[in-house]
Design a protein around this ligand. Structure first.
Ligand SMILES: [Zn+2]
Length: 278
């Protein structure tokens, strides 16, 4: 392994103000790397001297990254677990993510960098839905230039989203609200027990609330709305009489024509996406 090359990539990341620490594969081998990671070039060299077998480096995330790093929050998308579909649905129901630094992992995934908004935001697997993790306090993401342990390919900045092209963006307000609601349950007045399960609305319920089925229907066909239902030409088959019906109160839709298909707003979104209707 070309340790000098890895060190150069780590120093370049540190020059952006990000605290870094050596990694072997995806693993940080040093004790207390969460506190010792640094953006200082001499500090980075000293850490790498302790890990001659480093194959990469971690960029520290969270409100207090290492000695002197800029606080980062990263959305980690894994397409092998449906993360690209989940991210597209989230962007559709919340808002498109702004341009910011992005790293393509050597394993097919994507890391989207944001300024950490402060306060406690946990990093968690599948935090925002299937295949979309968050990386935050006392965690790391493997940085651009590191070698992926499974594929041998390098992590690299996505073209057009390198730090020379874009700044790390603040997390948009709507996303922050959604993430806080999802990951930081509000304290309840219920008496404290040893283990209190979160009983708020599920992620799916929140997406449904953010994307009303009548809004979705209006986007994909011309609807005529009555008091309890609406109908229009089905956008999914060659329809001549309006056989696509939506019940906003129930959050349901059905095609009574050739499709003979039905479901809720998420099913409708998936089908519209698959058929190129949105
Ligand atoms: Zn149809």
């Amino acid at each position: 392994m070309d340790i000098d090359n890895i060190l150069l990539h780590a120093l370049a990341a540190a020059a952006h103000g990000w605290a870094v620490a050596p990694a072997i594969g995806k693993h940080p081998p040093l004790d207390r790397w969460q506190e010792r990671g640094t953006a200082d070039p001499e500090g980075v060299r000293a850490l790498f001297n302790e890990v001659p077998r480093a194959t990469g480096y971690g960029v520290l995330t969270g409100a207090k990254p290492g000695v002197d790093g800029k606080p980062l929050f990263v959305i980690d998308v894994d397409p092998r677990h449906g993360g690209d579909d989940t991210l597209a649905a989230l962007e559709d129901s919340i808002s498109a993510l702004p341009d910011t630094v992005r790293v393509l992992t050597g394993g097919g995934g994507l890391h989207v960098y944001f300024e950490h908004p402060g306060g406690r935001i946990p990093g968690k697997a599948d935090a925002l839905g299937s295949g979309v993790d968050t990386r935050s306090d006392a965690q790391q993401v493997i940085g651009s230039g590191s070698i992926h342990p499974d594929t041998g390919r390098r992590y690299e900045f996505e073209a057009g989203y390198e730090p020379k092209s874009v700044d790390v963006a603040p997390l948009p307000e709507a996303w922050l609200t959604f993430i806080r609601a999802t990951l930081v349950p509000a304290p309840t007045a219920a008496p404290k027990t040893a283990h209190t399960a979160y009983t708020g609305p599920s992620l799916v319920d929140r997406i449904k609330a953010a994307l009303p089925i009548e809004v979705m229907a209006d986007r994909i066909t011309v609807m005529a709305w009555g008091s309890s239902r609406g109908s229009g030409l089905c956008p999914f088959h060659n329809d001549t009489s309006p056989s696509f019906v939506v019940w906003p109160g129930e959050g349901k839709w059905k095609c009574f024509g050739a499709c003979d298909d039905s479901g809720d707003v998420i099913d409708l979104w998936r089908l519209a996406k698959a058929q190129g209707a949105i």
